[in-house]
Design a binder for this molecule. Structure first.
Ligand code: FEO
Length: 176
């Protein structure tokens, strides 16, 4: 049985994942408007992924006897100064999610709620992968700077990553 404190903290995480999904959606729209269609596809896929993260938590809360709350989501930023600024903001956002997951894990461990700690382990791994992915992209962007042909190539790379992710999910890969 989920403690009230953990239930509330998990619901806070539901809201955080929903915010991340909305934020990626806004970033995708900005990229599309700037002509970076590959990056937009990648960010649309990220937005879907964050919604999946949210739903996974949502279902878990109800499954273990809590009450999942559909969160209010504040409007995210919709305009950005540069391509790189978007990715700097993404990394910052993901680092905040990692910190929140770590705090949740600390709470589950303190309460000896092994079921929840086991459930959260998936998020710990997911955050490690996401941070590594965005660090790699940012390192490439540091090399590229504002070079248009470099940004063209990275946009093409991200289109490939979005297509590979879509193919993997259509083959039945899922977080379940
Ligand atoms: Fe679900 Fe990337 O935080």
């Amino acid at each position: 049985m989920l403690s009230k404190e953990l239930e509330s903290a998990l619901n806070d995480q539901v809201a955080m994942e929903a915010r991340a999904s909305a934020s990626y959606l806004a970033m995708a729209s900005w990229m599309e408007g700037e002509g970076f269609d590959g990056t937009a596809q990648f960010l649309y896929a990220q937005s879907d992924e964050e919604r999946m993260h949210m739903l996974k938590l949502f279902h878990y809360i109800n499954e273990v006897g809590g009450f999942a709350l559909s969160p209010a989501v504040l409007a995210p930023s919709t305009t950005f100064n540069s391509y790189k600024e978007v990715f700097d903001k993404i990394l910052n956002q993901e680092q905040q999610v990692t910190a929140a997951i770590n705090r949740l894990m600390d709470l589950a461990t303190k309460e000896a709620d092994h079921t929840t700690a086991n459930f959260l382990q998936w998020y710990v791994s997911e955050q490690r992968e996401e941070e590594a992915q965005f660090n790699t992209i940012i390192n490439k962007l540091k090399i590229i700077g504002n070079d248009g042909s470099g940004l063209y190539l990275i946009d093409r790379d991200l289109a490939g990553m979005a297509a590979a992710a879509a193919k993997a999910s259509s083959k039945g890969f899922s977080a379940e």
